[in-house]
Design a protein around this ligand. Structure first.
Ligand SMILES: *[C@@H]1O[C@H](CO)[C@@H](O)[C@H](O)[C@H]1NC(C)=O
Ligand SMILES: *[C@@H]1O[C@H](CO)[C@@H](O)[C@H](O)[C@H]1NC(C)=O
Ligand SMILES: *[C@@H]1O[C@H](CO)[C@@H](O)[C@H](O)[C@H]1NC(C)=O
Ligand SMILES: *[C@@H]1O[C@H](CO)[C@@H](O)[C@H](O)[C@H]1NC(C)=O
Length: 369
């Protein structure tokens, strides 16, 4: 059995359902095609084994009735009173001048040892164009004790998200129950943040920040999400979203949507929250909630699946379509070097010389050796 470091990332694995159920790839994304091809046989095998027919059937049926629950996620077992007070304090301390927007990322100890992903992530803000200031608004949410301790050594806004009886610091099998638990726990937590009245950008830690993303968000979007592959149409629900980067405004529509999304966990057991999003994004309940969903262009919010081609435009780059923490760390380091080279050019050179990324190098969906 291959083991895999449990990574709090939306893209550390090629989710079998996501790939096998969608006609995959943008024609212009050769690299992504190759990555997907390489993993396709494994994926098909997994899908055949792991997906009972009943599940396929369920996915095709319309949603049944769901009405906004009177109780809140905040009020459920999601978070204790004591934690709620602490969360409010941390969010307030980190909020932007509007007093209600924060940047959130989640880490476990594997991701924040010295020289690991958290260091690269924070370094990117310092190397990015006018992004250093945004670190003042970043809350690092640690899902285990060691991660929290490490956070307090390198950053001023840390929150310990406890999950009674669960140790998220362990090594886990790929797409294991523990991985799923972590993803759902994260979703539940983000719902609590919305209920607390804060807007957030959620970012995976393996996303490098090079420019301020706010100018690229859609003014009329409640829920804006990055894509593995973007088809050019921001409102088209057929885009392939990646939950590793989202900008969500706190309002009744999004709060109810998060409650509904989280409640769908029971209906689609064994699947991560991103795949469940794809199941529910078009159904009548989601439509009824009226949440304005927008998909962000990979021209600004790119990744290894579909890179931002123009370094003059890129805001963020995600080490998605990549299995393996070491490969990720390696390629993220190279990405930062690319960016440094770009920034060292003169303004004229930056415009005229078409610089491109020299990554992915090690990153792929190929099984770990
Ligand atoms: C919290 O839950 C309790 C019982 O579980 C319920 O009576 C109360 O109305 C809930 N409060 C909110 C704000 O949802
Ligand atoms: C950095 O930001 C400044 C101010 O917004 C802008 O004038 C400059 O062109 C930017 N540089 C790059 C490399 O994007
Ligand atoms: C949510 O809806 C309720 C009732 O419709 C309203 O009173 C409240 O102000 C709304 N809250 C927000 C944050 O929009
Ligand atoms: C990256 O790939 C190179 C060349 O295949 C290999 O020598 C190196 O060990 C790899 N590094 C990591 C961290 O995977």
């Amino acid at each position: 059995m291959k083991t895999h470091t449990l990574t709090p990332s939306s893209s550390s694995s090629p989710p079998p359902t996501r790939i096998s159920m969608q006609p995959a790839v943008e024609p212009d994304s050769l690299r992504a095609t190759l990555l997907r091809r390489r993993s396709l046989s494994a994926v098909l095998l997994l899908a055949a084994v792991a997906l009972p027919c009943s599940l396929l059937y369920l996915a095709a049926t319309p949603a049944d009735n769901w009405s906004p629950l009177s109780s809140s996620l905040r009020n459920s077992s999601a978070i204790s009173r004591h934690e709620e007070v602490e969360l409010r304090r941390v969010l307030k301390a980190a909020a932007m001048p509007d007093k209600k927007t924060v940047i959130l990322t989640t880490v476990n100890s594997a991701w924040c040892s010295p020289g690991s992903v958290l260091d690269l992530f924070m370094q990117s803000f310092k190397l990015g164009n006018n992004t250093a200031e945004l670190l003042n608004h970043l809350v690092v949410v640690a899902v285990d004790e060691k991660g929290y301790k490490r956070c307090t050594q390198v950053h001023s806004h840390c929150f310990a998200l406890k999950t009674p009886g669960v140790d998220f610091s362990e090594q886990e099998n790929f797409m294991s129950g523990m991985y799923l638990k972590m993803m759902w726990r994260r979703l539940q937590f983000l719902g609590v943040v919305l209920e607390t009245g804060f807007d957030f950008i959620f970012t995976d830690t393996d996303i490098m920040w090079f420019r301020n993303p706010f100018p690229r968000f859609y003014p009329d979007g409640d829920f804006q999400i990055a894509c593995d592959n973007f088809n050019g149409k921001p409102k088209d629900l057929n885009n392939k979203p990646n939950g590793g980067f989202m900008y969500v405004k706190s309002n009744n529509r999004t709060i109810n949507f998060y409650k509904y999304w989280y409640s769908s966990k029971e209906k689609y057991p064994g699947i991560n929250e991103q795949d469940v999003f794809n199941y529910i994004k078009k159904n009548s309940v989601t439509r009824g909630l009226g949440v304005n969903i927008r998909f962000l262009s990979t021209a600004y919010f790119g990744g290894f699946c579909q890179p931002s081609k123009d370094l003059n435009k890129v805001c963020t780059m995600h080490a998605n379509c990549c299995i393996g923490l070491e490969r990720k760390t390696h390629d993220l380091g190279v990405m930062l070097e690319d960016w440094k080279k770009f920034m060292s050019l003169t303004p004229l050179e930056r415009q005229s010389r078409k610089m491109s990324w020299s990554v992915p190098q090690n990153c792929s969906f190929a099984p770990l050796g």
